[in-house]
Design a protein. Structure first.
Length: 310
């Protein structure tokens, strides 16, 4: 096989006038270069290099081939330069995706800290659905995704890593004039079976959060009376504020809407798990590693502000 590298070798011998100098440029030993020249002459079946005590020159055939080698050498330099620019850009680039509650409450302090550490960072943020996060990182469209799950995640593809971030407990959101809202102490948690006679605002049937709620209600011995279904915890809390019913909402998504209050849920203790998804090999996206560390710190700080009684 006639390797392009041998064309480049001939161009370097012509430029530097010796096999030793060409070997130095290529990071090879002179003996290795001599062997490559011999193989090239066998492949092309023509003498290519003339050796003398004063160095090395090319035969006419060698000079002809060296012209193509100079093109390859120039392309190598251009490729190295373009790769350096690309790696420099990638080292400053961070593409983040997160579901809404994480984008509202976890990302801003982490992004602020990142800007202080790397003011020249090229950061973009995309609002995504949790179920799309793994695929977005796997396809290379995101460098890091923050997702939520109500059940253990399936094993990710080998080139991805899933990092646990936070356990996000579900809380009961009540109208502020609800009898249970007046219970003392104010931080006393509720049991789900105390809410068996309530009207409910729930997440749409078929969603993982709804499946968790339906199962918990069945285990508590009741079938919930559902007045309204939505895909949004924000909408659920707004409706609770009208007095239409009560709702289970993730602690991270709690908005403290006017007309509402919340109580922690003691039994059963329902929650979702927040994860960060990154590429397993992060050498091309070093800011993803930095941002993951910041997210972990923010998540830990957030959890310490919650009082969860199981």
């Amino acid at each position: 096989m006639r390797e392009p590298g041998r064309l480049r070798l001939l161009a370097l011998i012509e430029r530097h006038g010796s096999l030793t100098a060409a070997a130095h440029v290529l990071g090879l030993t002179p003996a290795a270069v001599t062997q490559q020249v011999a193989r090239a002459e066998r492949d092309w079946n023509v003498p290519l290099v003339l050796r003398s005590p004063r160095g090395a020159t090319l035969t006419p055939a060698g000079s002809l081939l060296a012209e193509h080698g100079r093109v390859i050498d120039q392309q190598m330099h251009e490729a190295d330069a373009r790769l350096a620019v690309l790696l420099g850009h990638l080292s400053l680039r961070l593409r983040v995706g997160a579901f809404q509650a994480a984008a509202l409450h976890l990302l801003p302090p982490a992004l602020t800290a990142l800007r202080h550490r790397h003011p020249d960072a090229d950061v973009s943020v995309e609002d995504i659905l949790s179920e799309h996060g793994v695929d977005e990182v796997a396809a290379g469209r995101l460098d890091l995704a923050v997702i939520a799950s109500w059940a253990p995640l399936p094993d990710p593809p080998p080139h991805l890593t899933v990092h646990p971030l936070l356990l996000d407990p579900m809380v009961v959101v009540l109208p502020d004039d609800h009898p249970l809202a007046a219970r003392t102490p104010v931080d006393a948690p509720l049991h789900l079976d105390e809410l068996r006679d309530e009207s409910w605002v729930t997440i749409h049937a078929g969603h993982a959060a709804r499946q968790q709620f339906d199962q918990a209600a069945a285990e508590a011995g009741f079938t919930p009376r559902i007045r309204f279904q939505t895909a949004s915890y924000d909408v659920a809390q707004a409706l609770v504020g009208t007095g239409i019913g009560v709702a289970l909402v993730s602690r991270l998504a709690l908005t403290r809407r006017p007309g509402t209050t919340h109580r922690e849920l003691a039994r059963p203790w329902l929650h979702r798990q927040l994860h960060a998804v990154t590429a397993a090999e992060a050498s091309l996206t070093p800011l993803a590693v930095v941002f993951l560390t910041l997210l972990r710190d923010i998540a830990e700080d957030t959890a310490t502000t919650w009082t969860v009684r199981r």
